[in-house]
Design a binder for this molecule. Structure first.
Ligand code: URA
Length: 429
């Protein structure tokens, strides 16, 4: 076998690595015997040269086996999860997991925190006083058995090689690599003991994948790896230009999710929950997608998804009645008459981070209350002085005027309403 220097140089020159080499590199790295500078150099070589589907599959499997692979077979079949590549206002997991559980899908969800301008499910859940995402594997199993869904963070036991490599990629400019993103996401998800996975691959200015072609390549790579590992994987490419729904933040996104669980809420959230949830029911129970979506819409209307949500929050220690509220607001007003022609989700996400709803350093705490409410929709007719958005004040009080200006600039008002674009772009399976 080649030495680590030869392996790095081989990948730098475009060669394919052997299965033994990949397993050895990941094993040495996970055991802290491979220095960060050599792993960083290899990650950069992979960034430029890519990996073949076989290399990506082996790399994923090696990362998966660096830690614990949950065996949830005792819970029975129908274990399916969903993963989103990340967006602004993307609270879909909150109503989706209990809705799927109410349709007899078992949803063992391992979620992440905010990354860059995108929000994280764990940060949103932790805005509920008492809610804990750090539960033991035994308790996770117990809640899944009782409620059908539970949401935890990536523990030190789940894909530890990914945890280390992700931290390194984050600071070495090697995040945006399709094989490395594929193996990072799939190693964590396949450690959950699932039989099927539904992927929401976001595309657009407010997503990590900016073009449909890149998003399609990522989706195809993830579906292929899942299939190599004997799992059924379905991916949807979905638009991520303006925020999803009205709320961007933590507690405010929990509130909007509860509206959806009560049978209301923004139509685009319901559409995405029904589409992704429909595919989860399809993978779990072998029904058609249309029937799966119908069942999801039904449980959002009849209160059974809400009941699962309340039971899950309660089992994880959360006290929904104490969900904190903002104590003040700052309005962002239209400066012209016209139609809303652009709502820049990336800028709104970055403003949310600057307000304290996300982090710029991994050791920072987020403010559970601060948020942004988008009060208009694309194409809506507005008058000068009408409210476009609202900053919901958090612990720091009213935002600085420069931030209010920046947020205002994220909205453009034009003479003609733009054509509306579909939310769901395509399905890949
Ligand atoms: N999310 C992950 O978990 N890993 C990546 O590499 C990118 C997004």
């Amino acid at each position: 076998m080649r030495s680590i220097v030869e392996v790095i140089a081989a990948k730098r020159d475009g060669a394919t690595l052997s299965e033994d080499e990949i397993r050895w590199v990941i094993g040495e790295f996970a055991a802290d015997r491979l220095p960060a500078y050599q792993m960083s150099a290899l990650a950069m070589a992979i960034f430029f040269r890519g990996m073949t589907p076989v290399e990506t599959g082996v790399w994923t499997d090696a990362m998966l086996r660096s830690g614990l692979v949950l065996d949830l077979s005792a819970l029975g079949s129908g274990r399916v999860d969903k993963h989103s590549t990340g967006g602004v206002g993307d609270k879909i997991s909150l109503p989706l997991a209990p809705a799927a559980a109410a349709c007899d899908v078992i949803v063992p969800m391992v979620s992440g925190r905010g990354l860059g301008h995108t929000g994280g499910t764990l940060d949103k859940l932790e805005s509920i006083p008492g809610f804990t995402v750090d539960i033991s594997v035994d308790r996770f199993r117990e809640i899944l058995g009782d409620v059908g869904c539970a949401m935890i963070g990536q523990t030190a036991d789940i894909a530890p090689a990914d945890k280390r490599l992700y931290a390194l990629r984050d600071v070495t400019g090697t995040v945006e690599s399709i094989p490395l993103i594929t193996s990072s996401i799939m190693s964590k998800k396949l450690a959950e003991g699932i039989e099927g996975l539904v992927l929401d691959v976001k595309v657009g200015r407010a997503a990590f994948m900016k073009t449909v072609d890149d998003a399609r390549r990522l989706a195809e790579a993830m579906v292929a790896v899942g299939e190599q590992m004997g799992k059924r994987v379905v991916a949807y490419l979905t638009r991520m230009e303006e925020p999803l729904g009205h709320m961007v933040g933590n507690a405010c996104e929990v509130r909007e999710s509860i509206d959806v669980l009560r049978g209301g809420g923004p139509e685009e959230i319901i559409e995405l929950v029904a589409t992704l949830g429909g595919a989860m029911v399809e993978l779990a129970h072998g029904v058609g997608h249309a029937e799966g979506s119908r069942r999801i819409r039904q449980v959002l209307q009849d209160g059974s998804a809400l009941e699962r949500w309340e039971r899950m929050v309660d089992a994880q220690g959360g006290r929904l009645a104490e969900l904190p509220e903002s104590t003040g607001e700052t309005a962002i007003l239209a400066t012209d008459d016209g139609f809303v022609g652009g709502i820049d989700g990336l800028e709104i996400g970055l403003c949310g981070v600057a307000l304290g709803a996300g982090r710029v350093r991994s050791d920072q705490a987020v403010d559970p209350v601060v948020g942004i409410r988008v009060d208009t929709r694309m194409g809506e007719e507005v008058k000068r002085g009408q409210r476009l958005a609202t900053v919901l004040h958090g612990g720091a009080g009213a935002p600085a005027s420069a931030l209010v200006e920046r947020l205002g600039a994220a909205f453009s008002v034009v003479d003609r309403a733009p054509a509306s674009e579909p939310l769901i772009i395509e399905r890949i399976d």
